[in-house]
Design a protein around this ligand. Structure first.
Ligand code: ADP
Ligand code: MG
Length: 244
């Protein structure tokens, strides 16, 4: 679909951890502005797949292209700035303020001055509704607030695509919605996002397509209404019976 707008393309990608075949002949195209949700049982390869997009894992065969450029494991710098990543456990630097967490990469990587980086940081903290906490340390914030800071930190690098790996799985239930709301706002603004999540309500509302993975394979890809209500594959059906 929409070949000219493809931002990420997997072609026959395989990944092994030693003897273990973690990604099996993955073919997947993600186009500009698309909101893709990846679901599947624990251990099915979801994290491995998205970590291959920004070079946190190296794939063994096949090709991944980002913005039509082959993802080169020897030159990940080129990709890292373009691909933002939000993790389950936020991964903020605990001994730095929120503001310093945000300005670090723009100063180091984009070469911005302190003042420029701080202006940028405040702008993105406002976007996730947390600018009033700029001088706090991560440990002084709730999990939901820390995750919104982590999202703002990714946005500061002006990525072409934002990857989320179970961004709400470590949160107390009452904080999940504040993170999902911010993600939905970003989706509405048209940012390309790939999101591993078990939040099926979010997937239904926000995703253009949902990918179901099992045992290192992409089993089924469809718009959420189709995948959730009329799954075609028996493996998808049995997974959905367990979680819905
Ligand atoms: P998911 O995110 O769907 O739970 P992962 O991509 O994390 O799955 O892992 C897929 C499989 O690969 C799992 O069986 C996991 O144990 C294995 N795996 C993941 N990372 C490593 C690693 N660094 N070394 C060895 N095996 C790994
Ligand atoms: Mg995972």
């Amino acid at each position: 679909m929409l070949a000219k707008d493809e931002i990420i393309t997997f072609t026959e990608v395989n990944k092994w951890y030693g003897e273990f075949h973690a990604l099996k002949s993955i073919n997947l195209s993600i186009h500009k502005g698309e909101r893709l949700v990846i679901c599947g049982p624990s251990g099915s390869g979801k994290s491995t797949l998205i970590r291959c997009i920004n070079g946190l894992e190296q794939y063994d065969s096949g090709q991944i292209t980002v913005n039509s450029h082959l993802l080169d494991p020897k030159n990940l710098k080129a990709v890292r700035g373009k691909v933002g990543m939000v993790f389950q456990h936020f991964n903020l630097f605990p001994h730095m303020t929120v503001l310093d967490n945000l300005t670090l990469a723009p100063r180091r990587t984009l070469g911005l001055s302190k003042a420029e980086a701080e202006t940028l940081a405040i702008q993105y903290l406002e976007r996730v509704h947390i600018a009033h906490q700029a001088n706090k340390f991560p440990g002084q914030l709730s999990g939901g607030q820390q995750q919104r800071v982590a999202i703002a930190r990714s946005l500061c690098m002006k990525p072409d695509i934002l990857l989320f790996d179970e961004p709400t799985s470590a949160l107390d239930p009452e904080m999940i919605h504040e993170v999902l709301d911010v993600m939905k706002e970003l989706a509405d603004e048209g940012i390309t996002m790939v999101c591993v999540t078990h939040e099926m309500g979010f997937a239904r509302k926000v995703a253009d397509r949902v990918v179901f993975m099992d045992e290192g394979e992409i089993v089924e890809i469809a718009p959420p209404a189709l995948l959730f209500d009329q799954p075609q594959n028996t493996r998808t059906q049995s997974f959905l019976r367990k979680i819905l």
